[in-house]
Design a protein. Structure first.
Length: 266
C-alpha cells in the first residue's frame, strides 16, 4: 500500500471517528440543558435526601444504597413518557438473568411533590404485575417526596424538567448509582436491552463509570416535549453524514494533492 493511501486510511479511521464520538456525546454532556439530562458521572449523591415510601415512612436515600441501584425519576400521573419508560423497565427486568433485590435494585422516585404514598403504591402494584417472573418486591420500590428533596435529587443527577400547566416536560433514563453513592452510568430512552442492564450493574458494582450505547441512541433520537416521546432526528443524522464525507474528501485532497514541479530552463 502506498504511503499516501496509508495516510488517508489513518485520517479516516482515527481522526473522523474521534470527531463523531465527541459529537455523539454532546447531547448528554451539555451544561445548559433546560429539558433533558446533564450527566454527572463520578459525582456522588448527597447523604441528606429523604424519600417517602408506599407506607408513608420517611427514609434516607443514602441508607438504601447497599447494592448497585437504579434511580428512575418519574411522576406517577404522567400522561406521556413515564408509562412507556416504566413499562420498558418491567420488560428488561423480566428478560434479564439478574435478580432484583440481590444483584441490584430499582428505586422509582416521583419528583412531583403533589403525589402521595397511595399513588406510589398503586403504581408499584401495576408495574409489578407487568413482570413475567417473580421478584423480591423490595428489589423494585416506589417513592414520593417533598419539593425540597425532589430538587435535591434531580439536581444531584442532572435531571432537568419544566412545568407545563399541571404536568411536566422531561426525558427519561435509568441512572445507576453505586453502594457508595457514586453515579456511574445513564441508560436513556424507553427501550433497554438485558446486556446493557447487566453491563451497567456489573460496572456499577465495581465502582466504574462510563458511557453506554444509549448515548449513541440519544444522539440519533431527540425528545419531543409536545408529543412526549423520542423521535428520529433526521436533520442531525444527515448533517453528521455530510460532515463525515466532507472531512474524508478534504483529507483526500490534502493527502493526494499533487506536488508542484519546477521546470528548469536551460
Amino acid at each position: 500500500m502506498h504511503t499516501k493511501q496509508k495516510k488517508l486510511l489513518f485520517f479516516v479511521f482515527f481522526t473522523v471517528p474521534f470527531f463523531l464520538t465527541a459529537q455523539s456525546l454532546e447531547p448528554t454532556m451539555r451544561t445548559d440543558v433546560e429539558i433533558g439530562i446533564e450527566e454527572r458521572l463520578d459525582e456522588y449523591i448527597p447523604d441528606d435526601i429523604y424519600l417517602i415510601d408506599t407506607e408513608g415512612n420517611h427514609v434516607r436515600l443514602y441508607d438504601m444504597l447497599d447494592k448497585p441501584t437504579v434511580i428512575a425519576l418519574v411522576y406517577y400521573r404522567c400522561p406521556g413518557i413515564c408509562s412507556p419508560f416504566m413499562g420498558a423497565m418491567a420488560e428488561v427486568v423480566s428478560r434479564s438473568d439478574l435478580e432484583p433485590g440481590i444483584d441490584y435494585q430499582i428505586l422509582n422516585i416521583s419528583f412531583d411533590p403533589r403525589e402521595g404514598p397511595e399513588l406510589a403504591r398503586t403504581n408499584r402494584n401495576n408495574y409489578h404485575n407487568l413482570l413475567t417472573r417473580n421478584i423480591d418486591p423490595e428489589g423494585w420500590r416506589f417513592f414520593v417526596t417533598d419539593s425540597l428533596n425532589a430538587a435535591r435529587i434531580t439536581d444531584a443527577v442532572g435531571f432537568r424538567y419544566k412545568r407545563a400547566g399541571l404536568d411536566f416536560l422531561h426525558t427519561a433514563a435509568m441512572i445507576f448509582v453505586s453502594d457508595e453513592g457514586k453515579i456511574t452510568r445513564y441508560l436513556h430512552g424507553t427501550y433497554f436491552l438485558p446486556i446493557d442492564l447487566k453491563m451497567a450493574v456489573v460496572e456499577t458494582a465495581a465502582g466504574r463509570s462510563g458511557p453506554s450505547f444509549s448515548r449513541v441512541l440519544a444522539y440519533c433520537y431527540s425528545f419531543d416535549p409536545e408529543g412526549q416521546r423520542y423521535v428520529l432526528n433526521i436533520t442531525k443524522i444527515a448533517g453528521t453524514l455530510i460532515l463525515f464525507f466532507a472531512l474524508v474528501i478534504f483529507g483526500g485532497l490534502v493527502i493526494f494533492r499533487p506536488k508542484n514541479k519546477r521546470t528548469d530552463r536551460a
